[in-house]
Design a protein around this ligand. Structure first.
Ligand SMILES: Nc1nc2c(ncn2[C@@H]2O[C@H](COP(=O)(O)OP(=O)(O)OP(=O)(O)O)[C@@H](O)[C@H]2O)c(=O)[nH]1
Ligand SMILES: [Mg+2]
Length: 184
């Protein structure tokens, strides 16, 4: 299938990462009216498959594809990459820096997705979001950010890929906004 692009089309942004990483919560924060941060993590349901959200972000029309991260969905995206990974402008990859058990699966998922995006959207800008950097949480205890980067850097270097990265938490709204200012 051919996908044509023109100026009026909204920018395609994808947000990916393991289940429970906080992707949908991040999008809810970006689109909420309130300037106030939540006092506790909201109760959320897992995203089923891909949710496509037309959102105006910083004056730009975008369509944000929120990729549910549960295993069956992850396998589906990788098995049918041509349906999901075309015409991407920004590729946000979210890592839960408190989730020790999902670190290695997250590295593996990133590797699979990155290879597909290199193929189908080689110009997509890559942005890592190290999420759940909550106030009072000491990221040095598990050091998952450093571990993640150590594991993916050989792949990124091999492909000469550049990237940006941000630390975020829902308890600091500007941390999330800053990560998405990139699309302006
Ligand atoms: N402590 C903390 N919890 C968070 C933060 N952001 C999201 N959460 C919680 O993380 C859980 C999962 O959030 P979701 O946004 O549903 O995660 P998801 O990545 O969309 O998950 P899938 O849709 O299954 O891929 C929820 O309980 C949220 O309240 C954060 O910054 N800090
Ligand atoms: Mg979700």
């Amino acid at each position: 299938m051919e996908y044509t692009e023109n100026e009026d089309q909204p920018l395609k942004i994808v947000i990916m990462g393991m289940e429970n990483a906080g992707k949908t919560t991040i999008l809810n924060i970006l689109t909420q009216e309130s300037e106030e941060a939540p006092t506790k993590p909201p109760i959320m349901n897992p995203t089923k498959g891909v949710e496509r959200n037309p959102i105006t972000l910083f004056g730009k029309k975008t369509i944000v594809w929120d990729f549910g991260g549960q295993e069956t969905y992850r396998n589906e995206y990788l098995a049918n990459p041509e349906q999901y990974f075309h015409t991407i402008k920004f590729f946000y990859y979210v890592i839960d820096i408190q989730d020790y058990y999902r670190l290695i699966p997250s590295v593996m998922y990133f590797t699979g997705v990155f290879n597909k995006i290199q193929k189908y959207s080689p110009d997509a800008k890559l942005i890592f979001v190290f999420h759940k950097m909550d106030p009072g949480y000491d990221p040095n205890i598990k050091n998952l950010k450093v571990q993640f980067l150590d594991k993916v850097e050989p792949l990124l270097q091999e492909q000469f890929a550049s990237y940006l990265m941000f630390n975020t938490t829902i308890f600091n709204l500007s941390s999330i906004k800053t990560a998405f200012y990139q699309i302006r």
